[in-house]
Design a protein around this ligand. Structure first.
Ligand code: MG
Length: 250
């Protein structure tokens, strides 16, 4: 199933996306809900972020090929950081380039949307806590990341956390093709089977530090091939069985 959150005139709600139609959902996709017979054509709705996270937890180095490319030793435990909820951006919306940065990079990532509250989750139970997968772009002001020595400013500008277009349930998180396409050209291409830390290990590790809440998003790291964005670009994150997250740069 593919859940979206959308706007149509004054109406904002969740929907179930089936080909070119969206069936309206009554209730909460993280709790009790009913899929209604009322539908919209996909062209007539505006995509919103598919959920509203209380926090976005991002993982640093998590692809073996990327570690090799950077000539970095494999980390012994995940490196994590946060992006604020105010940095979220929906599918089809515009990434705004901040004036204080000269180098803003894209990073295609698999996003995991947490489905229920959890603390100290064991790796083998982790999948029970995931509602589904989404496409995530960990937009980063690389120059400021290096300059500051810590990552809060570089990762936190408004519009620096595009994710969507949907939350896809029932996908095989540990074996998904992932690709970043910039102005029609493939720049990153990998598979989540190249993860250093599995989905189970990530959720277990993060939930041993902070309680996970429904709608929280975990961005699971980016493969090799990161690069710069320029004003006027069209950037797409494509994930197998999930969809395409498309954003414009201005
Ligand atoms: Mg990243």
């Amino acid at each position: 199933m593919k859940f979206i959150r959308f706007k149509k005139n004054d109406y904002i709600g969740y929907g179930l996306w089936e080909e070119d139609k969206v069936k309206a959902i009554e209730g909460d996709i993280f709790g009790h809900y009913v899929v209604t017979d009322h539908f919209y054509n996909i062209e007539e709705i505006e995509f919103l972020t598919p959920c509203i996270p209380s926090k976005i937890i991002c993982v640093g180095l998590n692809y073996k090929s990327h570690a090799e490319e950077m000539k970095m030793p494999l980390p012994e435990e995940p490196i994590i950081f946060l992006k604020p909820p105010s940095s979220v951006l929906a599918h089809n919306s515009v990434i705004i380039m901040p004036e204080m940065s000269e180098q803003v990079d894209y990073e295609a990532e698999l996003g995991l949307v947490i489905g229920k509250r959890g603390k100290n989750i064991r790796p083998e139970e982790a999948y029970d806590y995931i509602l589904g997968a989404t496409c995530f772009n960990d937009v980063t002001a690389r120059d400021l990341q290096k300059k500051d020595g810590q990552w809060t400013r570089a990762k936190s500008f408004d519009t620096f956390a595009p994710f969507g277009p949907c939350i896809a349930t029932g996908v095989n998180y540990d074996n998904l093709g992932i690709e970043l396409v910039l102005n029609g050209e493939t720049k990153q291409k990998s598979n989540t089977s190249d993860f250093i830390f599995s989905v189970g290990r990530l959720i277990s590790f993060i939930s041993s530090i902070m309680e996970l809440m429904p709608g929280d998003v975990i961005a699971t790291g980016t493969p090799s091939g990161v690069g710069k964005l320029y004003k006027g670009d069209i950037v797409e994150v494509k994930i197998q069985d999930v969809g395409i997250l498309k954003n414009y740069v201005r």
